[in-house]
Design a protein around this ligand. Structure first.
Ligand code: SIN
Length: 295
C-alpha cells in the first residue's frame, strides 16, 4: 500500500494537523465531542450544520443502519446562534463551522456570528432532504455562486460541500469556485430511501434521506475525479472512507484531504487507525499522489 509522509497541511486556507478531517454531522453537536475527536487524531473537525433559526429536525425514525452504510434524515436539527458559545472553548483549534441558510443573506448572517471564532466555514449546499436548504440551493449554480460569495467575501476560508444528486457536479464546483470558495468538499449523502416490508411504509419518518458509508465510496471517488479535471481549487474527498487505502484512492482521484463521517460511528478511533497505516516518515510526498490517476 502507498504510504505518505505525515505533517500539517493547509487546505483552502484552513490549517489542519493532518489530512483527515471529521465530517459534518457525526459527533459534531457539542464542543466536548468535537474536542474529543481532535484529541483522538482528527486533523480538523467540521461542526454539525448550524442555520439561521433553531430547528428540531424531522420526525423519527431519523437514522437507519444498513449493511453498508447509514441512511439519515435528521432534518438539520441545530440550536442556531447558541452554538457559538458551545464551541467557544475550542478557540484557536482547527474547527470549521458547517452553516446553512435559504439565501445569501442568511448564509452571511450565520457566518457573521462565528467570524473570528472558527478557522473557516463549510457551506452546506448539499443536504438532500431539507426543504429550502442544502441541495434545494446547491443544485442551482447561480445560487451556489451567490451564497459562496456572501461568505467568502468576508475573507474567512470558505469550503463548499457539494451534493452528488446532480447531473453534472462540475457545474456546481465551478460555481463555488467563481464565488470565491477556497476548497470544495465532495460529496454529501446520496438521496435514498428504504421501505419496511413488514410495515409497508418508508423506514424514515421523512421518507427520503441521505445515504452515507461504504456504499457511496465509488460515487465520491467519481465526483472527486470529475471535479479535479474541472476546477482549480483544492478538493476534500468525502463519502464512505473507512481505510488508509480509501484515503490514498481519494487522493489519486484528486483530493488534497479527506473527511470521515459514518466510519466514526463504528470506530471512535478511526483517525488513529487510519493514521497508523497511512503515514510513515519515509513515505512519499502527497504531491506525488494527488491526482496521479489522471492523464
Ligand atoms: C441532516 O441534518 O439532516 C443531515 C445533514 C446533511 O445531510 O447535510
Amino acid at each position: 500500500m502507498v504510504v505518505i509522509r505525515p505533517g500539517p497541511v493547509t487546505v483552502g486556507g484552513v490549517a489542519l494537523k493532518n489530512h483527515l478531517v471529521l465530517a459534518a454531522g457525526v459527533l459534531g453537536t457539542t464542543g466536548a465531542s468535537l474536542s474529543r475527536m481532535l484529541s483522538l487524531g482528527a486533523g480538523g473537525v467540521v461542526t454539525k450544520s448550524v442555520g439561521p433559526v433553531p430547528k428540531d429536525g424531522h420526525p423519527g425514525p431519523c437514522v437507519a443502519v444498513l449493511d453498508d452504510g447509514l441512511l439519515n434524515a435528521m432534518g438539520l436539527p441545530n440550536p442556531s446562534k447558541d452554538f457559538v458559545e458551545e464551541i467557544a472553548p475550542l478557540a484557536g483549534k482547527p474547527v470549521v463551522a458547517s452553516i446553512f441558510g435559504t439565501n445569501p443573506e442568511e448564509f452571511a448572517a450565520v457566518a457573521g456570528w462565528f467570524t473570528g471564532r472558527v478557522a473557516g466555514f463549510e457551506l452546506n449546499l448539499s443536504c438532500p432532504h431539507a426543504e429550502g436548504y442544502g441541495a434545494a440551493i446547491g443544485t442551482d449554480p447561480k445560487l451556489v455562486e451567490a451564497c459562496t460569495r456572501a461568505v467568502s467575501s468576508t475573507g474567512i476560508p470558505t469550503w463548499v460541500k457539494l451534493t452528488p444528486n446532480v447531473t453534472d457536479i462540475t457545474a456546481i464546483g465551478k460555481a463555488a469556485e467563481r464565488g470565491g470558495a477556497g476548497a470544495i468538499v465532495a460529496i454529501n449523502t446520496v438521496k435514498a430511501m428504504r421501505i419496511s416490508t413488514g410495515l409497508r411504509r418508508p423506514v424514515l419518518g421523512n421518507r427520503y434521506g441521505g445515504l452515507s458509508g461504504t456504499a457511496i465510496f465509488p460515487v465520491g471517488v467519481r465526483c472527486v475525479y470529475e471535479l479535479y479535471e474541472a476546477c482549480k481549487i483544492p478538493i476534500i474527498g468525502c463519502g464512505g472512507i473507512v481505510s488508509a487505502d480509501n484515503v490514498v484512492e481519494m487522493m489519486m482521484a484528486g483530493a488534497r484531504a479527506v473527511e470521515i463521517g459514518s466510519a466514526v460511528s463504528d470506530n471512535i478511533r478511526i483517525f488513529e487507525t487510519i493514521s497508523a497505516e497511512l503515514y510513515a516518515k519515509d513515505g512519499c510526498g502527497v504531491e506525488e499522489i494527488i491526482g496521479c490517476a489522471h492523464g
